[in-house]
Design a protein around this ligand. Sequence first.
Ligand code: GLU
Length: 490
Amino acid sequence: MKPVRVRFAPSPTGYLHVGGARTALFNWFYARQQGGSFVLRMEDTDAARNTDAARQTIFEGLRWLGLDPDEGPEQGGLFGPYSQSERQPIYAATIAELKASGVLYPCFCPRERLASLRTTQEATRQPFRYDRACRAVSAADAASRIAAGEVPAWRLRVPEGKTVLDDLVRGEITVEHADIEDIILVRGDGTPIYNLAVVIDDHSMGITHVLRGEDHLTNCFKQIIIFKAMGWEVPRYGHLPLILGPAGEGKLSKRKHPEAALEHYQARDYHPEAFINWLALIGWSFDDKTELMTRAELVERFSIGRINKSGARLNIEKLASISGDYIRRMPLAEVLPRVRQHLVKAGLVAEPLSAAAEAQVAAIAAAEHERLKAFGDIVEFSRWVFAAQPTMEEKALKNLKKDAANAAMLRDWAATLADPLPLTADMEAAAREFCTARGIGFGVFVHPVRAALTGRTAGPPLFDCARILGAVRCRERLLRGADLAASEPA
Ligand code: GLU
């Protein structure tokens, strides 16, 4: 058996679609499981869109996912170059062969003829398809027209018959060649279009299995025809189901869903191991119940046979839950630098951090560790800390104003606070005594105090919040809270 060689062949358009990331993941799983090679090929023939920044997005996305190519534009390898933009000489040789063998024929039809053909076909509700008019041009005629300066495009001469694809995911699919258009494979300028370049690349890179999105299924038949025309061995194909929007509505698109782009998840900084676990479960399953799996388990358990045929919905809550689980299991010492990095990036703390700021960041990380679903959550979770005064949520303001005695209670408690604040447990004990002395329940105390300190109704344990702020800012906030509590309703 030939060693398995799979490839991920993205077109660098500026972002990596989450469906593309899943394609890369499944190919990587298969390569690692089979002891094969995972090849990265940049399909970057669209010079206008394929900027270096767009290529970097793909490299960075794969790095974040931990999907290391064995061969690719960055790694090099025996089958390079690995960017289509650099492979024109390789294409030219095959194109010459295809022309000589008659698999490609020249098409001299002017644009206007094709346009009117389209109009007629549309009017009679036929699918648009080239009418093969130029098949009738004899080789001698074609040669003299070319010699006279006409520049044809070159079309695939689809033979009679049918192609049967034994798809690894979808099973057997048969297409009659009468239903396949003689598509253009080589432009007037001599460059191949996608369907030809991909075949030449898959062949010359020794690709054995092609796992890719279902949107390439119709292309696949044209590609198989080219493989066969060249007498090349056809790889095995498996077409992955589409990823649907979160509500199951149509295809996931960046225009409608920010979740379509991998960057969205990178920016929020979900735990990458959780992310690949989640991504693997979109359209694939190990059995009917197992959800949490490590990278090593996924590699071991992955099977093309268990990829679903039907589209799979994006379930972000599930990602949050898996990622939260991973983060909770991390030691705080590993969470802290990630949290710190997000706070710096968001401009909430500035480098170099003072000792007090480091201590504050450590206290925030400790207090929020449990609640993080993604490392980037820390920014929204801790805005209350860094604002001069917290923004009051409506419900928090209600808690402040609920009792006429709240203003005095907040001022009195502020006056009891030592600087530095005692440890959490001691603070709580003192606060309970404070409540007993005033003859109020602890519940009457905590809600307005939380509102004054954080502006919110939920968050880390109350005395952790107080210690994150420190005595001076606690006092300031309690006094402002007292003022708000005493103010007239708006
Ligand atoms: N470059 C194509 C894309 O980004 C993929 C081609 C393939 O996998 O055959 O959609």
